[in-house]
Design a protein around this ligand. Structure first.
Ligand code: PMP
Length: 402
């Protein structure tokens, strides 16, 4: 059976052609099993969690906490270290506001790369401004990868925090997380990783990577929107104060004070996105049923085919590593002399959905010397034929603009 059959969305037409959804890095499509899991919760088990002591409330709590356990097991960490958030953005902001605002002191340094998504840049800008800390940036090498020597050179005893993406949402390059983390730890820095483009594309073992914080969004990994995960090491989470205050996150409350529950509950004030958590856990199970190593292998095949075919068109400029083995999931490119928005419009007419824009990475666009790019991105349902259609359509673009 074609895996595309698992995704009802992929049966639709786009401008009269079968939809070739090539924008999974923006958001992935959702398999029917995820939609069904969420519907089943609302239809059969819906109640608030952690409150009522009636049977149904216990069932809902078990489903929600079961989802947390499924995700924790997939990432090889304890459940208490998995905080449900809204998204990657939400998780990174939580680390900035709770951890960094109290830990970073005037004169300290926060080290980022020039390739960061705005979600992994603006929260640190705010911390630096509020605490009188200094933001520093690692440049990338000609391949669009983190330059090791440059990274190590920027580390020193003042480096309090290091934040970088596991996979760049523009360059597709995969950061050597474990090695960079070991280096940063040698200087006593805390490591925050933006996993938005990694989860769902290859196996991620957070215990082995040894990062301090790791954030991702459910919607990019076949799960629903409005749910994300922040992982944090237990010792750090224990010391951190909650940012949002309210119901569900307390131990005791008096008129003038409160004590808070343990992690992860103290970070989840108010009624959580229960169905979202259940949907995300089902997505993780679906991914594991296929096998993340298998998904990685298949996506590698697509990347290497797409890189080869794109390179046959001399007008195409590719950003990031030219070897598929050094990439994951996506390829940003431009057609020389044609604005990416114009290219995107013609591709859309042929049923191909590719994002054209700055990809929320303006400093990287500046570093690359471009205003925007197109981006081709894959997920478990992507097909080689879709790349063939893309190449044909790009040839049409070249004819139109010749
Ligand atoms: N970081 C990276 C690398 C991303 O690709 C994205 C999504 N474009 C984000 C962070 C933000 O994700 P979200 O909008 O789901 O919070």
């Amino acid at each position: 059976m074609n895996r595309q059959d698992d995704f009802a969305m992929l049966q639709r037409q786009e401008n009269g052609a079968p939809l070739a959804y090539l924008d999974s890095a923006s958001t992935s499509q959702k398999p029917t099993v995820v939609l069904e899991a969420m519907r089943a919760f609302y239809q059969k088990s819906n109640a608030n969690v952690h409150r009522g002591n009636y049977q149904l409330a216990e069932e809902a709590t078990e489903a929600y906490e079961g989802a947390r356990k499924t995700i924790a097991d997939a990432l090889k960490v304890p459940s208490s270290t998995i905080i449900f958030t809204k998204s990657t953005t939400d998780g990174l902001n939580l680390v900035a506001q709770s951890f960094a605002l109290s830990e970073v002191q005037p004169g300290d340094e926060i080290l980022l790369t020039v390739a960061e998504h705005h979600a992994n840049l603006l929260p640190w800008q705010r911390v630096a401004q509020q605490k009188g800390a200094r933001l520093r940036f690692v440049d990338l090498n000609a391949n669009g990868e983190i330059d090791w020597a440059a990274f190590e050179k920027k580390l020193n005893q003042k480096t309090k925090l290091v934040a970088f993406a596991h996979v760049s949402n523009v360059l597709g390059s995969v950061a050597p997380v474990k090695a960079l983390t070991r280096l940063a730890h040698a200087y006593g820095a805390t490591v925050v990783v933006d996993g938005a483009q990694a989860i769902g594309h290859f196996p991620v073992d957070l215990k082995d990577l040894d990062v301090d914080f790791y954030a991702f969004s459910g919607h990019k990994a076949l799960g629903p929107t409005g749910i994300g995960v922040l992982y944090g090491k237990s010792a750090l989470l224990e010391e951190m104060a909650p940012v949002q205050l309210g119901g569900e996150m307390i131990e005791t409350v008096t008129k003038t004070s409160a004590t808070f529950a343990k992690s992860p509950f103290k970070f989840e004030a108010g009624t959580p996105n229960i169905a979202g958590a259940i949907g995300l856990a089902r997505a993780m199970t679906y991914l594991e049923e296929i096998g993340l190593s298998q998904i990685e292998k298949e996506e590698q095949g697509l990347l290497s085919y797409a890189l080869k075919e794109l390179a046959k068109l001399p007008e195409i400029v590719i950003y990031g590593p030219l070897s598929a083995a050094r990439r994951s999931g996506l390829i940003a490119f431009n057609v020389r002399g044609v604005h990416p928005h114009d290219v995107g419009t013609i591709l859309d007419m042929d049923g191909l959905t590719l994002r054209a824009g700055q990809h929320c990475a303006q400093p990287l666009m500046t570093a690359l010397g471009v205003s925007s790019t197109l981006r081709l991105s894959f997920s478990v349902y992507s097909q080689k034929e879709e790349i063939d259609r893309l190449i044909l359509s790009l040839k049409r673009v070249l004819e139109v603009f010749s």
